[in-house]
Design a protein around this ligand. Sequence first.
Ligand SMILES: [Zn+2]
Length: 372
Amino acid sequence: MRFADVPGHEAEKQRLRDMADNGRIPHALLFEGRSGSGKFMLARAFASYIHCTDRTPDGDSCGRCAACRQMDEFSHIDTLYSFPVVKKKNSALSDDYAAEFREFLSESPFMDLERWLVKLDKINSQPQIYVEEGNELLRRLTFMTRRSRYKTVLMWLPERMKEETANKLLKLVEEPFSDTIFLMVSNDSRLILPTIYSRTQRINIPRYSDNELCGILIEKGFEEADVADVARQAEGNVNLALKLINESEEHKKFFNLFVELMRKSYGRKVSELREWSVETASLGREGCMRFIDYSTRLVRESFVSHLNVDELLTMSRTERDFISKFSPFINERNVEDIIKLMDTARRDIAANVNSKIVFFNVAIRIIMLLRR
Ligand SMILES: [Zn+2]
């Protein structure tokens, strides 16, 4: 990873370059700032810059020398990665999750913690940096012979270090081995143990501006028309923006499926409804359940709108337009049964009943309910 690969953060890049060029790299440098910025990418680019043997005149690593190639392949022998994990039977080391972490870095370079939990397969857990990891770092930094001028440790989320771990590492951070550089990247530095925090030099990484965020999303292939709203809502957090934009893409798909269901049911197009069931079932179990939640919400909103209560602020314009035309078909004679039908469908799908059959049954019942 080169500085050029990291969007924005130009002033911080320059500060890091200056540190390295002037030989004033602190032994423990803390990148602090809210989640969803390019902090960890910057730390990686800085480590590459430190190790590169052929820096470019414009102040970047070359991307081609042996050190740069090893950094990109995660095989650089003097660079260690340390990050929070969930304890397995007899291991609690970052190294046990090295393959997962590499995948995570390439899938989520802005370090979405939620996605890391999915990778660990532990959505509801609190991953930590355990004392075993502290011992291992100490061992490797003390006994490993190095090939480069420096050994670097890239630590993600030092705020998740347990106290015993911090105590192990204190010696390293306090009386640093002259050839070891800790690069710590924190989302919430107030939670870092004070003994560690006070011994670091800090570099604050600001949030992205709305414009920068739009640029990052467009670079990722999203449409210019779709990104502006999302960028405003996400307040500079790339991970939140990606989550919002993926949700809104999914909602578009759900909306179209819902409109088709209602149109085809109203027109009693049974064979087309069978095809619709197959298509909807292909959303997968979780997707099907989210689709049912979405549909239930549209039915409710349509009923409310039928009562002329103007409370559709949570809907998009397309949804509102549809609802205003559709609402006459949802009334006190059918609304309860439609919602009950959706609830049952959701339960059946959660219980692994064949979703094609569930959706086809829903469609057939809707044909009758819309006529009430
Ligand atoms: Zn290089």
